[in-house]
Design a protein around this ligand. Structure first.
Ligand SMILES: Nc1ncnc2c1ncn2[C@@H]1O[C@H](COP(=O)(O)OP(=O)(O)OP(=O)(O)O)[C@@H](O)[C@H]1O
Length: 327
């Protein structure tokens, strides 16, 4: 059996805030398989970036296991350990400018991940030149500095930097949301091409559900630190089972596809959510859920298989399935 690239077991990341411990990531169990594209969606503040940063070794976790390539990663990273794992996991950030050293030329920035792998200078330079071209930039761009490139060009460099060290997993955190709409599709196509060319697994974090639907093999939906639904992208988009997923899809899909068409009678209550605390009990979506019953606020639900190729963490799953069958 193939070992997953990444395994997360009861992963938690809690931050101290005024009200207690904010549970940014709270008990995530998830695997990312070789070559798959896993989409990660959810409202702002649901913990997507924190989860991505933990896997990339940029954020330490509070509890739980992070296993990369079959190896259990220590909870607090030091630079040496991070470099050792960074060959397997690379990240493409939303802000391509901040992710590049402003004092390094583009060619030097591209070579940097190879230097830390001990690749010889000539080979590193040749590889950087190849990648410059592979992401659609002229060789002359190599002598420039980040501020001399457009946002789209800088993101191409961010992508080349992520792929150049031949990682097994690339985490893309909102890689196109800061770019002009006119270049977003080009960057998405480039990511898709590289992912399939190199069979690199990808964790794709985005608010844009249409892009996730296009790229991801599987999709995970996060709500206030937890995964509430997970499964094959077509099944999840065509027949969402968790009431929160229904709400999320309805808010993003075009006006012709209304909530009631996805699951009838499931209009979500307009209650604002507060930051999740580590001491919370019960389903975090219960205050907004039209199907909530006393059990929901008392006990946390867990991911259970649905009748389609997904799992959903909802005490009322059986009723949602019936609603779906009737629509
Ligand atoms: N370093 C930190 N210190 C304290 N709280 C933090 C820290 N990083 C994140 N948080 C909090 O953790 C929660 C999850 O944040 P995170 O950025 O992971 O969410 P997100 O789903 O990626 O949001 P967005 O889509 O807006 O990027 C938020 O409430 C955020 O304010």
């Amino acid at each position: 059996m193939n070992v997953p690239i990444v395994q997360l077991q009861e992963l938690r990341c809690h931050f101290a805030n005024g009200d207690g411990l904010l549970a940014a990531v709270d008990g995530i169990n998830l695997s990312i398989e070789a070559g798959e594209v896993l989409g990660l969606v959810g409202e702002s503040g649901s913990g997507k970036s924190t989860l991505g940063r933990i896997i990339a070794g940029l954020q330490s976790r509070t509890a739980g296991d992070l296993i990369i390539g079959g190896k259990s990663m220590p909870r607090a990273y030091d630079r040496r350990q991070f470099k050792a794992m960074s060959t397997q996991v690379q990240m493409v950030f939303q802000d391509s400018y901040a992710s590049l050293n402003p004092r390094m030329t583009i060619l030097a920035s591209l070579q940097e991940p190879l230097w830390s792998q001990g690749v010889a200078a000539t080979a590193a330079r040749a590889k950087a030149c190849y990648w410059l071209e592979r992401v659609g930039l002229p060789q002359s761009a190599g002598e420039r500095y980040p501020h001399e490139l457009s946002g789209g060009q800088r993101q191409r460099i961010g992508i080349a930097r992520a792929f150049i060290a031949e990682p097994q997993l690339v985490i893309c955190d909102e890689p196109v949301s800061a770019l002009d709409v006119s270049v977003q599709a080009q960057i998405i196509n480039l990511l898709q091409e590289l992912q399939s060319e190199h069979n690199t697994a990808m964790l794709f974090i985005a608010h844009d559900l249409a892009v996730v639907r296009f790229l991801a093999t599987r999709t995970a939906v996060m709500y206030l630190g937890e995964i509430v639904e997970l499964g094959a992208t077509p099944a999840l988009f065509e027949g969402p089972r968790h009431p929160y997923t229904v709400k999320l899809l309805a808010a993003h899909l075009d006006g012709n596809i209304k909530e009631r068409k996805i699951v009838p009678h499931l209009a979500v209550k307009n209650v604002s959510h507060k930051a999740p605390l580590a001491t919370d009990s019960g389903c975090r979506f219960a205050p907004r859920c039209p199907l909530a019953e006393p059990l929901c606020s008392a006990n946390p639900p867990w991911l259970r298989p649905t009748r389609v190729a997904t799992e959903a963490a909802c005490h009322r799953l059986a009723d949602v399935e019936v609603l779906n069958l009737r629509k």
